[in-house]
Design a protein around this ligand. Structure first.
Ligand SMILES: [Zn+2]
Ligand SMILES: [Zn+2]
Length: 146
């Protein structure tokens, strides 16, 4: 890692390598079906970085749904990143593709009602039955969005 790279990641096959110059703004666990399907993980967890700190050109990606943009490795298909129009200036990376995933423990869980029946929700983490966008925005920006 160079001095400016604070967090680095790569896809399964290694064709996609990327880095960020700053630590994530917030790490969130999302139980929603979209995140589960996209990552293949029963408890998808994402690090939200400031978009400006991305040091790599990820290519065009694709529009997954209105307002949702996703990047997968164009060689192996690993999920790499997603942006959401309702969470401006943030880019969400599944922590499993980050080298320092061990450091990325979540501080909020979204869509808690959609959690798989056998997943035990962490009672110590704030939960939101919906997307938690207000909470994510205040955690990411340090501003109270309510
Ligand atoms: Zn790949
Ligand atoms: Zn989700």
């Amino acid at each position: 890692m160079t001095e400016t790279q604070v967090s680095r990641g790569r896809c399964y096959c290694g064709a996609t390598v990327f880095s960020f110059s700053e630590a994530p703004l917030v790490v969130a666990l999302c139980h929603c079906v979209d995140c589960r399907r996209w990552t293949g993980a029963p408890t998808p967890t994402f690090a939200a970085f400031n978009t400006d700190t991305l040091m790599t050109d990820l290519g065009p990606g694709r529009v997954a749904n209105p307002g949702v943009h996703r990047w997968n490795c164009t060689t192996c298909g690993s999920p790499i990143a997603a942006t959401f129009s309702y969470l401006p200036a943030q880019i969400y990376v599944p922590v499993g593709v980050l080298d320092d995933a061990d450091q990325m423990s979540p501080s909020v869980q979204c869509h808690s009602r959609s959690a798989l029946a056998w997943v035990h929700l962490d009672e110590n983490l704030p939960q939101d039955e919906a997307s938690a966008r207000d909470l994510l925005m205040s955690l990411a920006t340090g501003k109270d969005m309510k």
